[in-house]
Design a protein around this ligand. Structure first.
Ligand SMILES: [Zn+2]
Length: 244
């Protein structure tokens, strides 16, 4: 069975910001990738000039997300349908049920999400990190939601690292939390295309990526922090399956 990657994020564009290159690299090597996106980012920016009206934004962003999913080679997209900036108030039982069902069905080797501080302390990012940890633990325990499938223990959970790609120390071997530094130079043009697919969010994407003086370096690596999983032979590891 080819390994499966499961990405759990809050908004359309989180996947392209954080793990586009890692996903494309693994998919090209035969892995399958599945994305859970909890909201449609309907309170996000509209662009300048605006690409659509406020009312049209959720539909527009879903279309952008599906385009990014196609570029990244993701096989399955699960939209949880929660409201942007209200994910923290989503009913924990319902989110757990949705995520446990996906985990037991897809049986991922590696799950990716935000770190417990939500990368930038965005409440939706913090919430999806918390819900993902909750669901991974529940998915392994047969007492939780038995009708949601055979229990499954996720071997490895990875968090977004502490420094953002555009910050100093982003991919340095000595930076704590850089447990994996993945070389994605060969996929940098496609990572750029996935980011550009989120046209409505062009202001932040330009600010953090395309207007950065070191764009090429920023697009050529991705770092991950191991929440838990098999011990690594050395850190940073260069392959997300190292030690498995
Ligand atoms: Zn986000």
């Amino acid at each position: 069975m080819p390994p499966t990657l499961l990405l759990c994020f809050a908004h359309p564009d989180d996947e392209s910001f954080s793990c586009a290159g890692t996903v494309m690299k693994c998919v090209e090597a035969g892995a399958r990738a599945v994305l859970v996106t909890a909201t449609l980012g309907e309170r996000g920016k509209l662009g300048d000039p605006a690409v659509c009206s406020v009312e049209e934004l959720p539909v527009y962003r879903e279309r952008e997300l599906r385009e990014a999913v196609r570029i990244l080679g993701i096989s399955e997209l699960h939209l949880l349908g929660y409201r942007d900036r209200e994910l923290v108030d989503a009913p924990p039982d319902a989110v757990r049920r949705a995520l446990v069902t996906v985990i037991r069905c897809e049986r991922p080797s590696v799950v990716f999400t935000f770190d417990p501080n939500g990368f930038n302390v965005h409440p939706d990012h913090v919430a999806i990190s918390r819900f993902t940890s909750d669901a991974i633990a529940a998915a392994a325990d047969p007492r939780w939601i038995p009708e949601a499938g055979t229990p499954y223990r996720v071997p490895r959970l990875l968090w977004t690292p502490v420094p953002a790609p555009w910050e100093p120390g982003a991919f340095d071997a000595v930076t704590p939390g850089n447990d994996f530094v993945i070389d994605i130079a060969a996929w940098r043009a496609r990572k750029a295309a996935a980011l550009r697919a989120h046209r409505s969010q062009h202001l932040s994407i330009e600010r953090y990526f395309f207007n950065q003086p070191e764009l090429d370096r920023i697009l050529s690596s991705e770092a991950w922090r191991q929440a838990w999983g098999p011990a690594l032979p050395s850190r940073p590891a260069t392959d997300i399956f190292d030690g498995m």
